[in-house]
Design a protein around this ligand. Sequence first.
Ligand code: ADP
Ligand code: MG
Length: 649
Amino acid sequence: MAESGKKREFKAEVRKVLNILTNSLYTNREIFLRELISNASDALDKLRFRTNRGDTPRAGELPLEIRITLDKDAKTLTIADTGLGMTEQELADNLGTIARSGSERFLADMAAEGEQKEGEAPDASNIIGRFGVGFYSVFMVADKVEVTSRPAFVGEGGDDGAHVWTSDGLGSYTIGAAEGDEPKRGTVIKAHLKEDAAEFLEKYRIDAVIRKHSAFVPFPVFVDGEQANTQPALWREPKTSVTKEQYANFYKAQTYDAKDPLDTQHISVDVPVQFAALLFIPDSQQDFFGNDRDFWGLDLYSRRVLIQHRNKDILPEYLAFLKGVVDVEDLPLNISRETLQENVLLRKIQQVIVKQTLSRMEKLARDDKETYEHLWHLHGRIFKLGYHDYANRDRICALMRFNSSALADGTDKEPLLTSLDEYMERAPEGQKTFWYVSAPNREAARMNPHMEMFRKKGIEVLYLFEPVDEFVMESLGKYKEWDFKPAETAADDALAAFPDKEQPEKEAVAPLSDDDTASFDKLLVRIKEILGDKVKEVRVSHRLADSPALLAATDGVTSSMEKLLKVMNKDESLPVRDLEVNRDHPLLRNMLRMFKDDANDAVLAEMTQNLFDACLLTDGYIKDPQALAARAQTMLNRAAAWYTEVRKI
Ligand code: ADP
Ligand code: MG
């Protein structure tokens, strides 16, 4: 090979990029190989394209392939392709300058990566992938590189000789004519590996790197004569030729999930962006609110070469459960990252993925309810965050599932759920509100005294079991003109327009006499006196049937929402609300008798306290559990004494 040749200086921005790549020690240096393979694959692709168009390349008998050879004695790694090749001028243009405007940003990102990982070697792989300064990354592992290239096509009278580009990655490079007649066509890159990069002389190591980053390159890649990439890029195959099993195997290999996916989508799109994708809905759950917070995103390929693992620009967070690959035909990595253009491109891909996935889920919800419910149990928690995707909100709402008072209690199987549309169908004429209640479970939801009025009227209430649900409901605002309201905030007469549902005959309670009604009003005043500032007002309830009392929500704020706000404000005080009491409840009737006998009865005061405690507990507040337990204890002591006394036991 010609060692001599014309010496030329690198352009300033190349020098800066090289300076960074050669002088810092990065983790993930292995990606240099991905870059060289992707360049070789591009060169083969271009050759194939021109050949298909009718041009005749030189050495037409050569197969389209990539060969890597490792020489432990010489400490070199050589990668040869039979692709397009480069002329002398092209060597200078392509490997001496950076043909794009992104280098500034590249440098800034690299610097940031270095600072971020204080004391740790920075990871250059994603940044290099994004900026496509690929070729120069070879200088992370090599202190001398020779590129010998012979163009496949030269015009009439053009120079079809091979030239050698040589550089140590510092300030300059040389280009001279190559000795001998190799290669016949294409490019051979010989990297003299640095002392600390000897790992890349091991075949198993190179095989592993190829499996990881370049498994789907569409041309055979041989390492010391043995093919290293054997997986077809399934997403690029015609749908009809791929079996279910192939999809499942691909999914498992990519995700390490032991289970088959719940659903597989194979998408191939031409407008507005040309891309192919394989998207899977896993049959297993991830904890995106905990340990798996960052473990989402789709693998972004550009023409079968992995550009970024877990790219988060092409997937909204609420679809974080989706797994798979997106392969963009023309990802303009040669356009700088900071131009909006690319963001627009990725956003368009995201839009297509969202639309397709929602359609897919809709179909599943329609055709296979059971599987869809299963999907909801696995992924509903993150999917709900879709409430802030305004463009698709109606579709997302329709896909949400809820537990509700109208559903049978779950057996050991997952309980059946309802959609909002099904809720609307069951609702009586005139209802225009989705009512909901927050509770830790079905049992607790049912026991909530606010539910009594709804039960009486036969109006369904959705059960929300997770704290985030209330925020979701609040943010949804409306669905098909119906609004969302917490049952707790329903006024005493909110359901007056709806007829009572047939109830199992209950023993009617005798109405109070006029005298007693007046006394009861005084009792209310006394209760307020006993409770003092703990309540705003004490009044008779018209909604309660079985419970003695409840605390009415004020200003539309539910107790669970209020609790969240208090936590956020580090406020430990208890809410001050209106106490509604059930005048027909035996407890209140007995309290009335006690009151009439002696307005200042100590036991009456104790009971009032206990009644209030119970209301707070129902709404989930525990402030001073010791005092609360002590009050309950006193009551129990008294009750036990009376009981044994009355029953003479
Ligand atoms: P990119 O691939 O994003 O263009 P690189 O730094 O990887 O950036 O490569 C720079 C240019 O060098 C390529 O665009 C291509 O024109 C040329 N090149 C690199 N490797 C080869 C190769 N094996 N065969 C032909 N041309 C190559
Ligand atoms: Mg490249």
